[in-house]
Design a protein around this ligand. Structure first.
Ligand code: NAD
Ligand code: IPM
Ligand code: MN
Length: 370
């Protein structure tokens, strides 16, 4: 019996999560898989009602689970960043889910690229540091002091910044930080994942030609870890990676990336498959509670219309079952998705006319029939 917390969240989150749960239901009917699910009311509606984001009580429930299945958050009625930082990033950092696994692959003719060579790439994104530290502020009038307190599972870090400018303008800043220990544990995970999945080369993304301090340390650690593990490395600047993902994605097998560049490149990666709605993501702490979610957000522009693509959420269930030690069930889900896509049962983002429900039903039906 696996304990799974379910957080549908906002916008299309609940719509796609219910299709993911349909897949779990189908597998529980036909295999020995059993889950005990606890749904949490976390997201914009609770925030607008009570002002609560992620509470200590929510966390005390989350840490008792085997996994979390998350939809999406974000609501136009709430100032941008409040829910994103107060819920999603809070879960990732409080549960110390320092790796974000985001696989992409081509799905036959649905690829956006003219080059129709098949591709299959595992993105591993560092998930708790970089420009996601929340270390920012404003020096109003060009002077003053901003004390910063950063709390992570690995450390507490205080920084005290003083500014004095030559004019009275306002200065906003947001600091990117990488700790040596943070990079080391991420690079170790990348190396072990590469070995486990038979990758000979890892492509490491950064902008070490400009952010020389931040990504200089990143490169040093990766060089060291690659040598120890006899893995080939190539360093690729993020701008060049954006180009290469369009030009020849088939070149890449595993891409390791800092947090912010990983956020951007994985939306690009998702879309070259055919749609952002196809991509799934696992937030992993190898020693703690993982969280699985689609890569996309709450898509307020299409919410409530039964037209969101649920495949990202369904493949998030696949990643969850794989992570919980059931790769065979994961493969069955992917076969079900392939079968559904091949039959042309796809939502409008992929050029189809099927609904969210119909796509979920088709995958569930496939699972019941095998
Ligand atoms: P988004 O991912 O929600 O949507 C981007 C575009 O892709 C929209 O046109 C949307 O309709 C489309 N799209 C996304 N998912 C789709 C799906 N499953 N099927 C079909 N089309 C889909 O990004 P955004 O519009 O930049 O952000 C909206 C809100 O979501 C913001 O509040 C943002 O902060 C938040 N967000 C949350 C997450 C998350 O919860 N993991 C991720 C990204 C953005
Ligand atoms: C994602 C999202 C989040 C991120 C936001 C909503 C905090 O874009 O999961 O890709 O930047 O990681
Ligand atoms: Mn994103």
């Amino acid at each position: 019996m696996f304990k799974v917390a379910v957080i549908p969240g906002d916008g299309i989150g609940p719509e796609v999560v219910s299709e993911g749960l349909k897949i779990l239901d189908a597998l529980e009917e036909t295999t020995s898989l059993r889950t005990r699910r606890t749904q949490l009311d976390v997201g914009s509606s609770r925030f607008l009602r009570s002002g609560e984001l992620l509470t200590e009580e929510d966390l005390s429930i989350l840490i008792k689970q085997d996994a979390i299945f998350f939809g999406s958050i974000g609501d136009p009625r709430v100032p941008t960043g409040i829910l994103e930082k107060g819920i999603l990033l809070a879960i990732r950092t409080r549960l110390d889910q320092f790796v974000n696994l985001r696989p992409i692959r081509s799905w036959g003719d649905y690829s956006r690229l003219k080059n129709d060579k098949p591709f299959n790439i595992t993105f591993l994104r560092e998930n708790t540091e970089d420009f996601y530290m929340g270390a920012g502020g404003i020096f109003e009038g060009g002077k003053g002091r901003v004390p910063l307190k950063i709390k992570r599972a690995l450390y507490d870090l205080e920084m005290d910044l003083n500014a004095l400018s030559s004019n009275q303008d306002d200065y906003a800043f947001e600091i990117g930080v990488l700790s040596r220990k943070g990079i080391e544990r991420f690079a170790d995970y990348v190396m072990s994942h590469a070995k486990r999945t038979g990758q000979e080369r890892v492509s490491v993304v950064d902008k070490a030609n400009v952010c020389t301090n931040l990504y200089g340390l990143w490169r040093d650690v990766f060089r060291d870890r690659a040598k120890r593990n006899s893995i080939d490395l190539e360093f690729v600047f993020v701008d060049s990676m954006a180009m290469a993902l369009i030009r020849n994605p088939e070149h890449f097998g595993m891409i390791a990336t800092p947090n912010m560049f990983g956020d951007i490149l994985t939306d690009l990666g998702a879309e070259i498959q055919g749609s952002l709605g196809l991509s799934a993501s696992g937030n992993i702490n190898p020693f703690g509670v993982p969280m699985f979610e689609p890569v996309h957000g709450s898509a307020p522009d299409i919410a409530g219309r039964n037209r969101a693509n649920p495949i990202g959420a369904i493949l998030a269930v696949k990643l969850m079952l794989e992570h919980l030690g059931m790769p065979n069930l994961g493969n069955m889900i992917e076969d079900g998705v392939e079968h559904t896509i091949e039959k042309g049962i796809v939502t409008p983002d992929l050029g189809g006319t099927s609904t969210t429900f119909e796509v979920g039903d088709s995958v569930a039906e496939f699972l019941r029939s095998v």
